[in-house]
Write a protein that binds this ligand. Sequence first.
Ligand code: ARG
Length: 276
Amino acid sequence: MRSTAPRAATPRRYLMCPPAHFKVTYSINPWMDPAKPVDIPLALAQWEDLRDRYLALGHTVEELEPRPGLPDMVFAANGATVVDGRVLGARFAHPERTAEAAIHAAWFREQGYADVLEPEHINEGEGDFAVTASWLLAGRGFRSSPLSHPEAQEFFGRPVIGLDLVDPRYYHLDTALCVLDDTTDGEIMYYPGAFSAGSREVLRRLFPDALIASEEDASALGLNAVSDGRHVLLPQAAVGLFEPLRARGYEPIGMDLGELLKGGGSVKCCTQELRG
Ligand code: ARG
């Protein structure tokens, strides 16, 4: 039987980048429609709400300075993957975002991180890498190269479990899967429809007790969520996830990041976790 006891939150350190220059001027995922205007003050207010919520929960938020001409920089999760204090930099699939990788790598160096790898193969950071207690779950199919998986395994010394994404709406792993408790290897939620048949079977084997999201909640980007082990911050429109999360002892917190959804991202995309 799964435990329903209240969960324990642990303090986290996050890296975020305010959407001061956010826009949708190009389209690199099916959510992006350059014809739809973006309300920057509203995007900033929604982003500040998320940041303030992390702070109120006792987490630390570092801020990366936004640059004009890099409208997707607000999606800070894509800039690197940090585990045990080691930083695997990103290499973006699309030229529109290429310059973000060096900005992240420079930030880590300035902060005194000694182990920063600028990778050979395309990986979009935590967009496609998710961290459980001992594994790295790794998406491929739309952005990160399959070759980035062995590269990450070698760098972190953690087994990488490759997962094939097949639905363009769920172009990054973090749009379809979320680790709820990273002190175990068992607690995730995901939307099976985003994955190939073989990857669905892998997920069933490794996570028999996972919370399975409906298509409706997945398409509200409900899986683009951040958990501190107890509080789960997720898009408020993913209403079907709230009760199942509570039943497992989590405390769901609905966020409105409607403006950023126009870029194809939500809570998780805006949040890079600095581990160790
Ligand atoms: N417009 C951005 C892109 O297509 C959104 C990135 C969302 N980030 C994420 N971690 N899923 O690259």
